[in-house]
Each structure stands twice: as C-alpha cells, then as structure tokens.
Design a protein around this ligand. Sequence first.
Ligand code: ATR
Length: 283
Amino acid sequence: MSSNIGVMGHPIGHTKSPVFHQAGLDELGIKETFEAWDVAPEYLEEKVATFRADGFLAACVTLPHKQAVIPLVDELTEAAQAVGAVNWIFNRDGKLVGHNTDGTGFLRALKEKAGFDPKGANVVVFGAGGAARAIIYALKTAGVNRLTIANRTVEKAQALASDFSEGKFKPNAIGMSRDELSNFVPYANLLVNTTSLGMAGGPAELATPATADMISADAVGYDIVYAPPMTKFLREVEEAGAEPSGGMTMLVFQGIEGFEMSTGKTAPVETMFAAIEQALKSS
Ligand code: ATR
C-alpha cells in the first residue's frame, strides 16, 4: 500500500524532501512515511487520481510536473493561479486543491533565516523564469516599495512586469548590462538571484548577476541557487559588506509550508533543518 504523503517528480532520485519531511512527521508523532514517487509523464493522470483516496493527505510536486498537474486538480488557490504552477496538491475530502508555496516559502526563508522583512523595500530580482514569477508574486503580496526585474532577455522581464502590475505596484523591467544595473542595484535593500548564474555544473558557475562594487553594504543578497552553497553572487554580496543568504532555505520552507497545510500542525522547523543539514553533510 502506498503512503498518504510524498513527493512526485521525474526523475526523483536526487530529492532530499523525504529526509526533512520524515523528521517533521516523526517529531510530531504522525505515523506516516513520506515517500518519493518517480512518475513518468504518461502515468501522471493515473497517479494524481489516486490522491483522492480516503486518508490521503498531500503530494509535493516537483519537476517536470508543476504545470502538467494544473488540469488534473479540482481547484487552484490564488497563489497557484498567479504563479502558474502547482508545487503541492492537498486532498480535501476527495477534492484536490493545487497550491503553490514557493513564494511564501521564499518570504519565510527571508524572515526566519535572514531576518529581513521586504515590506517597503527596494528590490532587484535577477531573472524572469518560473522561480522569478513565484518570488515576484510573493514580494508583491509582502508590500515592497519598488521592484526591478533584470533579465538577459529584456522582453521576458517586461512580460513579467506587466503580468504583476496592479494599481501603484508597477515593476520596472531592464536588461543585465552594467549601465542598466547601475541605476538600480546600488539602491536596493534586497537583491535576489533567480537565474542559473553560479550553479554548479552549469555553463556559468563562476558568473554573478552583480558585483560587490555595485551592492550597498546595507542590503541582503539572496541566491536561490543552492549548489554550491556559497555562489559567486553571495561572495560578491559578502565582499560588499552586505548580508548573504540562500542555500536550501527557500526549498525547505516551501516544504514546511506544504507540511503545515497537509498536517494542520505547526512544523518543527529546527528539527527539519537539522535533518537536511545532516543529510547534506553525509552526501
Ligand atoms: P527557472 O524556472 O528555474 O526560473 P528558467 O525558466 O529556465 O528557470 O529561467 C532561467 C533564468 O536564468 C532566465 O531568467 C534566464 O535568462 P533568459 O530569460 O535571458 O534566458 C537566466 N539565465 C540563464 N543563463 C543565463 C546567462 N548565462 N546569463 C544571464 N542569464 C541567464
């Protein structure tokens, strides 16, 4: 018999989700096993249908299924609609609700790990892909003052800015040239890298979206790239005298948010972080 909670992706072998979720379930005395389900796209519909079963709690959804599950659930939350992706499916009495916790996970990572409240902040987000979308949605709901989206392909930044423009909230869209960045980066309280620059094994591991000379010493620099833990961007942030933050924190908090909505209980955050840190050390 399959378990009532788990993570679904393809491939799934690399996932660390079961490690910290299991630690959380055990600590709360919830007798469930958090499984990892490798589900190829052709079996997705069949698998999602099993989530309606009595007693099933929730599934965390990862690549490549975050958009493909949208037509398979019964309802989408506002966050899932705004982000255009589902990373958790909850079973509410046989009805499947698709939700997205990437944005709230990011905000919790900022608040609880970097001690930063984005309300009223001037922010630059580098990148305009799926991760940027979740983060921009979160920053909008958190009430930032000014948001600039900087992307190599400026048209993608413009499209994202116009999708989220509402009332007084009007993000700027710029390219990634030094000239353009120098008009915004030095005045930002928060810089967020959502591009793949700096990612281990990628084509631009030694690259950074901004350099120390441009970054204010009062800023927080958050990198969603978590391997390596100290990216080139975070090193530039540190060199500027600013606060580097990132690593696995957004990833773990998106899980913690889903864990809390699945179980209806406050997650043992310390225990869950300790479990992932232990797993990373021994891997
Ligand atoms: P995700 O869903 O994880 O956000 P994505 O949608 O593939 O991933 O987005 C990757 C982001 O990294 C994009 O903003 C991309 O810029 P483009 O829109 O111009 O492609 C950015 N990116 C990737 N490689 C880059 C590079 N070498 N220089 C600058 N930006 C890069």
